[in-house]
Design a protein around this ligand. Structure first.
Ligand code: ZN
Length: 238
């Protein structure tokens, strides 16, 4: 089976469309590590697509906030403003869909998908020691996560954690933590949309990037009256 792994789309339709075009023919099933909405200008279009096309999905903190499950008081003012805007925009059916999304981790096919960390769906795994610690909390030897918007794959060994190249083979005896990166708002200084493909038959994971029409998304953000910084940051991948 070839899995397309998406995370942190954040209501960015142009980025999602570019990923789907780039990955076309390379996957059978779509998995989603959460944060479908928040920040971006196309929450309904993105959620409509996810409802129809995502086989296994876990919720992100923005999904919870926009569905009214999480008080956005701890969000920064920009995130809070975009949450309130998204709450007004969402159709009833999409709000319900977000509200009913499962909490991660969820088992898929010998691996797990999650938004933040295995113990806390809202926890950020940034440093390698955090990633190594989290890997040992998974029931399965491989986990795909998101939330930080930083793409990267890590081999977790009892003696340490090693970052892997964008394409690598999965060894059965090892443990892995893989952040597919953010489709709609990358923060690793690369503005291109990020995603991953996992081919369980070939035992290969590929971390990919693809350019998209950033200007179009920026114009939509500004037209919607969302904070300008949400448009500006897309250009820099920050
Ligand atoms: Zn996110």
């Amino acid at each position: 089976m070839r899995y397309l792994i998406l995370s942190d789309i954040h209501a960015n339709w142009e980025a999602l469309a570019a990923v789907l075009a780039d990955a076309e023919g390379d996957y059978d099933t779509v998995l989603n590590c959460g944060d479908l909405v928040g920040y971006g200008p196309d929450p309904n279009r993105v959620v409509d697509w996810c409802r129809q096309n995502n086989q296994v999905i876990v919720r992100g903190n923005h999904d919870k906030a926009c569905a009214g499950l999480l008080d956005p008081q701890w969000f920064n003012p920009v995130a809070r403003t975009s949450t309130e805007w998204t709450q007004r925009e969402l159709t009833e059916v999409n709000r319900e869909y977000l509200r009913d999304l499962a909490k991660g981790p969820r088992a898929v096919d010998g691996f797990e998908i999650l938004h933040g960390s295995p113990l806390d769906e809202d926890e950020y795994l940034v440093h390698v020691y955090e990633i190594g610690f989290a890997a040992r909390r998974l029931e399965m030897p491989l986990g795909f996560f998101g939330h930080t918007h930083l793409q990267g794959a890590y081999l977790v060994h009892r003696n340490g954690v090693k970052e892997l190249p964008p394409v690598f083979e999965i060894e059965e005896t090892a443990r892995y933590m893989i952040n597919s990166g953010s489709v709609g708002q990358p923060r690793d200084d690369d503005p291109r949309a990020a995603y991953a493909i996992y081919d369980t038959g070939e035992h290969v994971v590929e971390l990919r990037r693809v350019s998209y029409d950033i200007e179009k998304t920026q114009q939509k953000i500004l037209r919607a009256g969302l904070p300008e910084v949400l448009a500006a940051r897309l250009e820099f991948g920050t």
